[in-house]
Design a protein around this ligand. Structure first.
Ligand code: NPW
Ligand code: ADP
Ligand code: MG
Length: 298
């Protein structure tokens, strides 16, 4: 295999950041939608929504089941929420589905999966968005499980797709064992991205980002991030950057870098055992400081 490794040695190797001119307004930095959350897993929705805000999005909407909408809305006043109403078959009601789909073209990027649970509505919506959405779609967690459970082979997507599995989710997607994936991460990641025409962000120590030809191995992050919710944070961050107009590969690469850098800064202050996913959000400003300072100095 040709050596495509593009390890980020210097911050200037990173993709260029969205520029903030003095006359910018919240519409300049993207309006994103995150379809996330369910009873018992509202945290995933809140974490990804807050991460998208700290990623620099102008507007963040969280579409979540109406039964948990007030819980999700209560955690942070800066994102908005859209209620998802279910019928007796645990599918979206026709009104709720059309209301959501009618709004989609107004978003610059969409994410689905964090904390959704493996419900009929999640599978239906994930497969519909995966095939039809023309805007960038980030698929994580139960969105990935929906793709993995699909009866027929996945169609070529209508727009850019960023899939963000950990090895367990990737094993379900590929029917390759976790052991084999872990032993040959780059090979399996490259092949999947090339075959499915998507950006694959394979999480773990040394997260891999590939579009099937280019490949980058993320140098930031630490084992303190092995705590529930950190993947949900990455989904919000990646969606935010894609919503700000970064090409999908760059959004995934910069998202992973920022995410891991926030994790490293959190670990320095809080120790690896004591840090939690919410700390990554609190340390994103410091991570931005480091990246922005280096971008101007180099
Ligand atoms: N606060 C909230 O609301 C939170 C909500 N969350 C939501 O929970 C939902 C389920 O997501 P999930 O990742 O927790 O469970 P799942 O998809 O079953 O994967 C775990 C399995 O994969 C295996 N595995 C192997 N390698 C692995 C690796 N490197 N990293 C991770 N796992 C690895 C692992 O192996 P084992 O532990 O057996 O060794 C285990 O068998 C999802 O919607 C998510 O958004 C969470 O984000 C947490 C906070
Ligand atoms: N040992 C580690 N070193 C670096 N990063 C890690 C390590 N363990 C976990 N991470 C990162 O933490 C995140 C875990 O994602 P995920 O398993 O989806 O968490 P959750 O679903 O609980 O939010 C990924 O971004 C992964 O790269
Ligand atoms: Mg996850």
């Amino acid at each position: 295999m040709k050596d495509f490794n593009m390890n980020i040695q210097r911050i200037s190797d990173l993709p260029s950041l969205p520029q903030r001119t003095t006359d910018s307004h919240k519409g300049t930095f993207g309006k994103v939608l995150i379809i996330a959350g369910s009873p018992g897993m509202t945290g995933a929705a809140c974490l990804s929504g807050m991460a998208a805000l700290r990623g620099g999005s102008g507007l963040v909407f969280i579409a979540t089941p109406v039964s948990v909408q007030s819980i999700v809305a209560s955690v942070n006043p800066c994102y908005l929420t859209i209620p998802l109403k279910m019928d007796s078959e645990d599918q979206l009601t026709p009104e709720s589905r059309s209301n959501l789909l009618d709004q989609l073209s107004g978003f610059d990027a969409v994410a689905i999966g964090p904390g959704c649970g493996q419900r009929p509505w999640v599978r239906d919506l994930t497969l519909h968005l995966y095939e039809k959405l023309t805007e960038p779609l980030i698929v994580d967690a139960d969105g990935l499980n929906s793709l993995a459970a699909a009866d027929s082979p996945l169609p070529d997507p209508a727009g850019p797709r960023i899939l963000t599995p950990h090895p367990g989710e990737f094993s379900r997607l590929t029917n390759v064992s976790i052991k084999e994936i872990t032993a040959n991460r780059e090979t399996h990641a490259l092949e999947f991205a090339r075959q499915r025409k998507v950006i694959l962000l394979l999480k773990g120590a040394g997260t891999i980002i590939t579009d099937g030809s280019r490949i980058a191995v993320n140098p930031t992050g630490n084992a303190g991030m092995a705590t529930g919710g950190t993947g949900d944070v990455l989904t919000g961050l990646t969606t935010s950057l894609a919503g700000q107009g970064l090409p999908p590969f760059d959004a995934a690469q910069l998202g992973a870098y920022l995410h891991g850098l926030a994790g490293d800064l959190a670990a320095d202050d809080l120790t690896q055992p004591a840090m939690i996913a919410a700390d990554l959000i609190d340390y994103l400003p410091d991570a931005w400081h480091e990246i922005l300072a280096n971008q101007t100095s180099e």
